[in-house]
Design a protein around this ligand. Structure first.
Ligand code: GAR
Length: 203
């Protein structure tokens, strides 16, 4: 089984979807550790009573980003993490950290990248007036939501949408898409050639 390490800063619903997929046998992986950078995060409360190691590495307790990232990397190594999964992790990782896990960090973003990178992607989509948006799972590079795209799912934008209703519709798609992308990775079915991620057909 591929050992994954999940980095999360907030609510943790994508982490929950990953846990559910593992339990349902749709994803052949093991969560080695869950790390939050925020002691208040709901994701840590969610992990109480679940048989998965979860801990907080509080960014504010480190003098520099380098020291914080070293602490995160060390914890991932202790738990033998092979794939780093960002699930609502709201910090930008430096080139230094990304190089340590080259090609082994995934992220989910609530838009059809390259549209609407960065924060508040759903509000950006509403403000722009697009009729379709969605979510993207991608490998992480040093840019802001610029890494090679693995899977995308489109979601309609309705005239009556608010940021909340649109976010909820996208989130529902995220919960299906992220475990699917992880399952492809864990089955060895993703190959990367530069920017392009190809999915190998099942034999
Ligand atoms: C998700 O919508 C995810 O796509 C987004 O944060 C939310 C986390 O929800 N990520 C980003 O915007 C990254 N730039 P969750 O904590 O319930 O999984």
């Amino acid at each position: 089984k591929t050992v994954i390490g999940v980095l999360a800063s907030g609510r943790g619903s994508n982490l929950q979807a990953i846990i559910d997929a593992i339990q349902a046998g749709r994803l052949d992986a093991k969560i080695g550790v869950v790390i939050s950078d925020n002691p208040e995060a709901n994701v840590l409360k969610r992990m109480a009573g679940v048989d998965i190691q979860a801990l907080c590495i509080d960014r504010r307790l480190f003098a520099s980003r380098r020291q914080f990232e070293d602490a995160v990397a060390e914890e991932l190594a202790i738990h033998h993490v092979e794939l780093v999964v960002l699930a609502g992790f709201m910090r930008i990782l430096s080139q230094y950290f990304i190089d340590r896990f080259a090609g082994k960090i995934m992220n989910i973003h609530p838009s059809l990248l390259p549209a609407f990178p960065g924060e508040n992607a759903q509000a950006q989509a509403l403000a722009y007036g697009v009729k379709v948006t969605g979510c993207t799972v991608h490998f992480v590079d040093a840019g802001m939501d610029t890494g090679p795209i693995i899977l995308q799912e489109a979601v309609p934008v309705l005239g009556t949408d608010t940021v909340e209703t649109l976010s909820e519709r996208i989130l529902h798609a995220e919960h299906i898409l992220y475990p699917r992308a992880l399952a492809l990775y864990c089955a060895g079915r993703l190959t990367a050639a530069g920017r392009h991620v190809n999915i190998i057909d099942k034999e």
